[in-house]
Design a protein around this ligand. Structure first.
Ligand SMILES: Nc1ncnc2c1ncn2[C@@H]1O[C@H](COP(=O)(O)OP(=O)(O)OP(=O)(O)O)[C@@H](O)[C@H]1O
Length: 242
């Protein structure tokens, strides 16, 4: 099976904090993958290091290649909290910025790219808000703007860092429907997720992280209370450390 991600001996240290400790991970293509683990477990760090966005030790391949070779095929949506929402741009401009290449420049967007941006805004139910400044949006609307920008990129794989954090129910449904649509189109998604109760409904593959990979695989095979306890508390129901 073709691989989405191959991580070998990946470690990340911030000043004196070890966020990831010699991580090994292989992920297949074509799934709706959830990354779960307690606060500070290294989920965002794993995503960013896998995409070559932060300094790390170890080897990473995406879609069978070094990250720099496949950047065009990867879309990344960071945590909403890490975006400067006071930057004065409209919803439409944010989506267009995501797909304007240096060749076109921001003011010369091809017709085809503009059509893709509009289609993505329609899909995210944002077309009526396209001229609104992004700082005037709700949390769920902001998240959908960044997902629209990722959709317009027409990538092969989507990496989403906590897209459901603090969003309203309507936005949550729109975002999950899109994650399912990516899979129906033969694309892959990796989502940092915090709600254990919706895991089975939303995802079909899971990665459990706590500085190392505690478990990874098809959700039905891997997920049980023991492995959840081991990930979140460091012990299973026998009180043994894993
Ligand atoms: N830029 C940074 N500088 C210093 N320490 C950092 C930095 N980014 C993350 N850390 C630390 O690294 C560890 C892992 O952080 P990370 O954000 O990857 O975890 P997470 O699982 O995504 O957490 P959360 O669920 O709270 O978002 C934490 O201890 C965090 O405090």
């Amino acid at each position: 099976m073709d691989k989405l991600l191959e991580v070998h001996d990946l470690s990340v240290t911030y000043q004196n904090v070890t966020a990831l400790d010699h991580v090994q991970l292989d992920l297949p293509q074509g799934h709706r993958i959830a990354v779960i683990g307690p606060n500070g477990a290294g989920k965002s760090t794993l995503m960013q290091a896998s995409l070559g966005l932060i300094k790390s030790q170890g080897q990473v391949k995406l879609l069978g290649q070094p990250v720099d070779q496949v950047r065009q095929q990867i879309a990344y949506v960071p945590q909403r909290a890490n975006v400067n929402w006071y930057f004065p741009v409209t919803v439409e401009e944010v989506v267009l910025m995501g797909i304007s290449s240096k060749r076109w420049g921001f003011r010369r967007i091809s017709k085809e790219a503009r059509a893709r941006a509009y289609a993505a805004l329609e899909t995210m139910q944002l077309i009526d808000l396209k001229n609104r400044q992004i700082n005037q949006l709700s949390g769920g609307q902001k998240q959908r703007v960044f997902l629209a920008r990722a959709i317009a990129q027409d990538a092969q794989a989507y990496f989403l860092d906590e897209p459901l954090a603090g969003v309203d129910q309507n936005s949550e449904k729109i975002i999950i429907d899109q994650i399912k649509a990516f899979q129906a189109q033969g694309k892959s998604s990796v989502t940092v997720h915090h709600q254990l109760e919706t895991l089975k409904e939303y995802f079909d593959y899971v990665v459990l992280v706590n500085k190392k990979i505690v478990g990874a695989g098809p959700l039905e095979q891997v997920l049980n209370q023991d492995i959840i306890n081991l990930t979140y508390t460091g012990t299973n129901n026998l009180g043994l450390e894993g």
